[in-house]
Ligand binder design. Structure first.
Ligand SMILES: CC(C)(COP(=O)(O)OP(=O)(O)OC[C@H]1O[C@@H](n2cnc3c(N)ncnc32)[C@H](O)[C@@H]1OP(=O)(O)O)[C@@H](O)C(=O)NCCC(=O)NCCS
Length: 177
């Protein structure tokens, strides 16, 4: 359940009909400013889609999932979120999220992470979800804090973004939190 003041969203497994939205999202410099994302052409994305055909979060072999965030009021896409089973044996996963720039500041990031976290804990055996965000990305930090993720530390020089190694905050949430 999201806060009443937040927009209602649903997560739809990404498929061929979302390719153009996905390409446009990745082409936004703002979407890539704090993440090691690369803009990709339609053909490349179409090939990548093959990694995201599994929709059973309880699958014992599949590790990568991706959804388009759909605004329930307009039935239109506003972003993309992902879940990777980092360590299935220890039931640890990691999330990622990107909202299209024109929708920032309206609660979509918070709603999407709320729904993603709920689904992961409900539909898979994951016990711990991790998320890292650049120390220069306060909006992302806030999205995690608002959803009950705990700040657990700083990973120095964690990811290379724009040619520089960037420190990241490490967040985590447990199913029992
Ligand atoms: C991070 C991101 C998902 C946030 O999405 P969003 O839809 O704008 O998020 P929300 O509208 O739910 O706002 C989240 C919170 O961040 C706060 N916020 C936004 N910009 C901020 C800033 N510069 N400093 C501090 N807080 C900020 C908002 O006020 C809000 O908190 P509040 O509800 O307490 O007021 C979005 O900016 C994005 O997709 N960025 C590019 C991709 C990215 O960085 N993804 C995260 C990788 S770790």
């Amino acid at each position: 359940m999201t806060e009443p003041s937040l927009p209602a969203v649903r997560l739809k497994f990404i498929d061929d009909e979302d390719i153009e939205f996905w390409e446009a999202l990745l082409s936004q410099p703002e979407a890539r400013q704090h993440q090691p994302l690369k803009a990709r052409r339609l053909l490349q994305l179409r090939q990548e889609l093959g990694r995201y055909t599994e929709t059973d979060l309880s699958s014992l072999v599949h590790r990568e999932y991706k959804w388009v965030v759909i605004d329930e009021s307009t039935d239109s896409p506003v972003g993309v979120v992902s879940f990777d089973k980092l360590d299935p044996e220890h039931r640890i996963g990691r999330i990622g999220y990107t909202i299209s720039k024109q929708f920032w500041g309206r609660g979509y990031g918070s709603s999407a992470v709320a729904e993603l976290t709920r689904m992961i804990f409900t539909l898979s055996d994951t016990e711990r979800i991790e998320a890292e965000c650049s120390v220069h990305n306060p909006a992302s930090q806030r999205v995690l804090e608002k959803n009950g993720y705990h700040l657990e530390g700083t990973k120095r020089g964690y990811l290379e973004i724009g040619g520089e190694r960037v420190d990241h905050y490490s967040f985590g949430i447990l199913k029992d939190d």
